[in-house]
Design a protein around this ligand. Structure first.
Ligand code: JFQ
Length: 359
């Protein structure tokens, strides 16, 4: 692709949209529109991404035409100026649900791939890292978790992982898009197997409303496996949502929230941690893992606990290796173990510096 074919139209607009923010250090800083507060002021950017298969490759950008009809590429506002591409062998499913464009394709390097509104959600090859981490980081940090809530996670992969914990009695899951569930059952049986467990109780609907109605103190753990905070998922990084999570957790209960990439989103991470520190009076930590097909190749997790019995996230009290049958349940664990758990909280120096809210 020629350099002049790539026009950063969104980036241009994004850059125009820089605004001032307080990173918790008391100093006003400029933040790009990929970050929380700027997003809220430019919600229309959220609706820009659509599945992009160009010449047999999937990239997280959107092709379009300029006024003269020439092809140009919009940036994804969450990661302007870059796009990771996967070679598409065959498109297996492509339809618009009530909420988003759903795409499944066979890639040549990572197996089947699920894409929502142009954003890669998972691949068969590396889904293990994300699903195992987001489930076991919180569940191995408390003793005998019983009631768990999953927000999003309609592919079922996180459910599959939670089910390894035999202490768990109830897993509520609130996913807004029935099509994601159906598509996963058809194309990703290794993930959708999570729905077959009798402890799972599926609620198809809006998690914001679900949490408002949830009984106070019901859950030992809540896992937020959400989309990126653009468009409708914007509310999932705002204060009222976290407040309702805090209310629905028991004292000493834990939240694990997908928290983007430390290479791309330190401002967003800072904003979320800042909010969570106000709400979760136990502890707030950031962990990360390598997931090659996510932008920049890493993904983060925000771990919070409510006031109550203290939770030591860094040294799991409920190690997976000691849980009978957990390592092999349904499918052998591929990524997570206690060493990875402890290492996930070690942060690069630039993150320690830039994410002021961590201190
Ligand atoms: C897997 N159960 C859902 N969620 C994965 N950039 C994604 C995490 C990475 C984000 C997009 C959503």
């Amino acid at each position: 692709m020629e350099g002049d074919e790539l026009k950063d139209l969104d980036c241009q607009r994004t850059m125009d949209g820089w605004e001032s923010s307080n990173n918790g250090s008391g100093k006003a800083i400029l933040i790009p529109a990929c970050c929380l507060k700027a997003k809220a002021s430019q919600p229309e950017l959220g609706s820009k991404s659509h599945s992009t298969v160009v010449s047999g490759w999937l990239s997280e950008t959107q092709p379009s035409s300029d006024k003269s009809g020439k092809q140009v590429y919009f940036n994804n506002p969450m990661w302007p100026g870059e796009a990771h591409s996967l070679k598409v062998e065959k498109i297996l499913f492509q339809e618009k649900s009530k909420y988003q464009e759903v795409l499944v394709f066979q890639s040549s390097a990572y197996g089947r791939v699920l894409v929502l509104d142009g954003i890669l959600q998972l691949t068969e090859k590396d889904e293990c890292a994300y699903q195992e981490m987001i489930a076991h980081l919180p569940l191995c940090s408390i003793e005998s978790p019983k009631n768990v809530l999953v927000v999003g996670g309609g592919d079922g992969g996180v459910l599959r992982e939670i089910c390894r914990h035999s202490s768990v009695e109830l897993i509520d899951i609130c996913e807004i898009d029935q099509m994601v569930i159906d598509v996963s059952k058809e194309f990703f049986p290794e993930l959708a197997i999570g729905f077959e467990d009798p402890r799972v109780c599926l609620h198809v609907g809006d998690a914001i409303e679900f949490l408002k109605q949830a009984p106070e103190g019901k859950y030992d753990a809540i896992i937020v496996d959400s989309s990126d905070p653009v468009g409708p998922a914007q509310e999932l990084v705002e204060k009222p949502f976290f407040k309702n999570i805090g209310r629905a957790l028991r004292p000493g209960g834990v939240l694990c929230n997908m928290a983007e990439s430390m290479w791309l989103h330190t401002h967003l991470i800072n904003d979320i941690i800042y909010i969570c520190r106000e709400i979760f009076k136990g502890s707030v930590h950031y962990a990360w893992a390598s997931v090659p097909t996510y932008p920049s190749g890493v993904i983060g997790f925000l771990l919070c606990s409510t006031e109550g019995p203290p939770v030591d996230f860094v040294h799991p009290i409920n190690p997976i290796e000691k849980l009978r049958g957990a390592l092999e349940f349904r499918r052998e664990l591929k990524f997570y173990n206690t060493e990875i758990h402890e290492a996930a909280f070690a942060l690069p120096s630039f993150v320690k510096r830039e994410v002021a809210a961590l201190h």
